[in-house]
Design a protein around this ligand. Sequence first.
Ligand SMILES: *Cc1c(COP(=O)(O)O)cnc(C)c1O
Length: 304
Amino acid sequence: MQDILQSLSSTLKLNTPSPVQQLNLSWLGDDLPQVWVKRDDLIHPIISGNKWRKLKYALLEASQSHTKNLISFGGGFSNHLHALGYCCHHLGIHLTAIVRGDYTANPTPMLQDLHNWGVDIKYVDRKTYQKRNEAAYLAELAEYYQGTVIPEGGSQHQALNGVSEVISELNEHYDYILCPVGSGGTLAGLIHGTQSMQTRLIGVAVLKGQEYLEDLVKELLPHPTNQANWQINHQYHFGGYAKRNSELVEFCNQFSNQTGIEIEPVYSGKLFFALCDMLKQGAFSPQDKILAIHTGGLQGTRSS
Ligand SMILES: *Cc1c(COP(=O)(O)O)cnc(C)c1O
């Protein structure tokens, strides 16, 4: 298995372990705790960030079992479909992408890439897309396309092992680790990886989903947790998924100018906005060591 992983990694030219960098946040004020960033956005220019973590073992299994077809889901800007499409292209696996909405007349840059990588794109209406987690529909798709289904966002039980490697790559202890929360797989994987540690995890919800997101995370975890070391902050979704206002957009520009680290308003922008706001509000004590996971996602902001 190690051999296959090694060859996957070199075929895809991945940069792991990803670096950890300290952030200079003196522009926010004095006496702030020290903050580091795990630069998963640098793992690969296309398969950036948490999507590689989440897909790693599913792709390993597909390679080992000589799976010829994979099927997955996403919207027109999906970072998940983009990462998976690129991997499949380079690993010689056929991918069927079930996409919400009809972009035939106006494909996004993400969909154009999928097309160039030979991905079979199927546009479906909202109602059909809503069935994406229903067992009967998934069985039908698997049968029809003779393939294995990977859920939306790549968030499945298998994803936890890949994500928890973020933790095993760390050389130091952190009091707090923060990440954005979309479908919950990343936070669940980090919880899985920090089980025996004194680390507190804070997920920043990028969409409106109080309780719903907590339930998604709990469903992904292998053992029921008492939720002692993790929580999701719901104050920074800016009205919903991909919703933004000028304050958020300005913050993203300012953060990039100040730190040299590019962020975007859908995921990493909301994460760092939340982190900086919490720092300013005094949510942490000055001796805390904080790590933010930069999950990547810059491709999603390209406009057509
Ligand atoms: C998909 C994605 C997330 C959300 O991760 P989940 O595991 O779905 O919660 C966060 N950041 C980026 C850049 C993403 O593409």
